[in-house]
Ligand binder design. Structure first.
Ligand code: NAP
Length: 284
């Protein structure tokens, strides 16, 4: 039976470490500050924003919430981002996605100062990640690397298969695994013989967005399986892209949903915020 990779406990350890770091920054006269912008009232976004603000409060990061109405124009949002870019007291800026349809997400994300882009979505940060330069790492993939490291799972030299090629999860995930010296394959909806491809993996990262899609037929005996998906099933229970009960029979290690990747994403956002605040100390 697989080892359960406990993202809740690991993220809590990280948050304790970050709390100490925030304290040290305060002693150096810096109060780390994250500005969170939410446009509209999407219920899932409201929950994510609330969780991020709670994490800030716990760690000792000041959070500023800007709640804008659903009918806000792109120009109005760009003006707010400009103001936050210019504000020396704001170290990190997060615009909660998805945005209403009158906005072009890529225009908005590019407007954020790359030095305050704690989500790591700005093309400058994506480019830096690609060429192995220091950058703000996208939080979900960075959290997965941290989960693997802190669970004693080595990436170097291993066959890694990432299913999903989104800009926020699949692509940066594959780059980070490559940086850790994994041998990386990226699979997607057009991949032929997906089961065989997935079964090559020592480390299988699943970010498809389809509840319970990955069963034991996709998993090599002893593999580490990381489930990024978040869904509510027909009984309104939170579940992932992996059929947990089935896969744990053959995997060596597996993340549960909830309590796996999700809490790590927020911990990495907090880490990026403190990194951004530390930069301002180093620039003094
Ligand atoms: P996305 O943008 O919808 O991308 C899904 C990817 O899966 C696409 O690349 C797609 O391939 C691929 N795919 C879809 N069906 C497939 C199939 N049958 N076989 C193989 N590949 C398939 O999703 P995302 O933003 O990456 O998110 C994925 C999941 O993770 C969602 O459930 C999301 O809610 C969750 N998520 C969780 C966290 C967290 O913190 N835990 C963070 C972000 C996202 P194509 O490119 O060919 O279409």
């Amino acid at each position: 039976m697989a080892q359960i990779i406990d993202g809740k406990t690991i993220s809590q350890q990280i948050k304790e470490e970050l709390k100490e770091e925030a304290g040290r920054l305060r002693e150096a006269g810096i109060e780390a500050c994250l500005a969170v912008v939410q446009v509209g009232t999407d219920p899932a976004s409201t929950i994510y924003v609330r969780n991020k603000r709670r994490a800030c409060e716990y760690i000792g990061i000041r959070s500023l919430l800007h709640e804008l109405p659903e009918n806000t124009s792109q120009e109005e949002l760009l003006a707010l981002i400009e103001q936050l870019n210019e504000d020396p007291k704001v170290h990190g800026i997060l615009v909660q996605l998805p945005l209403p349809k009158q906005m072009d997400e890529s225009v908005i994300l590019k407007a954020i100062d790359p030095g305050k882009d704690v989500d790591g979505f700005h093309p400058i940060n994506v480019g830096r990640l690609c060429i192995g330069e220091k950058s703000y790492l996208p939080c979900t993939p960075a959290g997965i690397i941290e989960l693997l490291k802190r669970s004693g799972i080595t990436v170097a030299g291993k066959e890694c298969v990432v299913i999903g090629r989104s800009n926020i999860v699949g692509k940066p995930m594959s780059l980070l695994l490559l940086q850790e010296n994994g041998t990386v394959t990226i699979a997607h909806s057009k991949t032929e013989h997906l089961k065989e491809v997935a079964k090559r993996a020592d480390i299988l990262v699943v970010a498809i967005g389809k509840p319970g899609f990955i069963t034991r037929e996709y998993v090599k005996e002893g593999a580490a399986v990381i489930d990024v998906g978040i869904h509510r099933n027909s009984q309104n229970k939170v579940c992932g892209d992996v059929d947990f009960e089935d896969v744990r029979q053959v995997a060596g290690a597996v993340t549960p949903v909830p309590g796996g990747v999700g809490p790590m994403t927020i911990a990495m956002l907090m880490r990026n915020c403190l990194e951004a605040a530390k930069e301002t100390v180093e620039q003094r």
